[in-house]
Design a protein around this ligand. Structure first.
Ligand code: FES
Length: 183
C-alpha cells in the first residue's frame, strides 16, 4: 500500500511538473514569436545577410502603384511614382528635413519614378502603410506608420513623428529597363 501511495505521489508530482513545463513552453513560444521578428530586424544573422538578391519586375508596376515584396525576410516597397508625385518630391530638396536627401539621391540611374525602399519604419520597425491603405487613406501622400504616427513623404523621407530616418533604400541596380535586382 505504501508503494502504491508513493507511486501515486510520484505521478502527481510528474503531472504537476508536466503542467508547469507545458505552461512555461507556451510562454516561451509566445515570447519567441514576439522576439524573433524584432531580433531579425535589428540584427540580421549572417545567413540572412548572405541571402541571394531579389529581382522585381518594375515594368509591370503602373504609375501610382506600389507593390510590397520581401528582401532578406523584410518587407520591401517598390513604387512607380506618378508625374505629380515626382513634382511634389522635387519641390522639396529635403535640405530642411530630419534626414536630408533629394529624390535623385533616393532613386537610381536617373529613374526618378522608381522608388525602392524597405517597408520598415525607422522608429521601431513597424510596416508603414501606403497612402492608399488604412484608415488614413487619402489624407496624406507617401507612407504612414500606424504604430506611432510617423509620416514619410512620397519619396519615403521622414516628415513627422518619432522616426529618425527616411525609409531605407537598399542596394539595387537595373538589370534591364524593366527589372531591378535588389541586393
Ligand atoms: Fe513607426 Fe514607431 S514604429 S512610428
Amino acid at each position: 500500500t505504501a508503494a502504491m501511495s508513493d507511486t501515486d505521489t510520484d505521478e502527481g508530482v510528474r503531472r504537476r511538473d508536466w503542467i508547469h513545463i507545458a505552461a512555461l513552453s507556451t510562454a516561451g513560444v509566445g515570447a519567441a514569436s514576439v522576439l524573433i521578428p524584432l531580433v531579425s530586424q535589428m540584427a540580421p544573422s549572417a545567413d540572412v545577410l548572405a541571402a541571394s538578391s531579389t529581382e522585381v519586375d518594375v515594368g509591370a508596376i503602373q504609375p501610382g502603384q506600389s507593390i510590397k515584396t520581401t528582401f532578406r525576410k523584410q518587407p520591401l516597397f517598390v513604387k512607380r511614382l506618378t508625374p505629380e508625385e515626382i513634382a511634389e518630391a522635387k519641390a522639396d530638396d529635403g535640405a530642411n528635413m530630419r534626414d536630408p536627401q533629394t529624390l535623385a539621391e533616393r532613386t537610381k540611374e536617373g529613374n526618378e519614378d522608381i522608388l525602392v525602399t524597405m517597408g520598415v519604419c525607422t522608429h521601431l520597425g513597424c510596416v508603414p502603410l501606403g497612402a492608399a491603405e488604412g484608415e488614413n487613406k487619402g489624407e496624406f501622400g507617401g507612407y504612414f506608420c500606424p504604430c506611432h504616427g510617423s509620416h514619410y513623404d512620397v519619396a519615403g523621407r521622414i516628415r513627422k513623428g518619432p522616426a529618425p530616418l527616411n525609409l531605407a533604400v537598399p542596394e539595387y541596380s537595373f538589370k534591364t529597363d524593366a527589372v531591378i535586382r535588389v541586393g
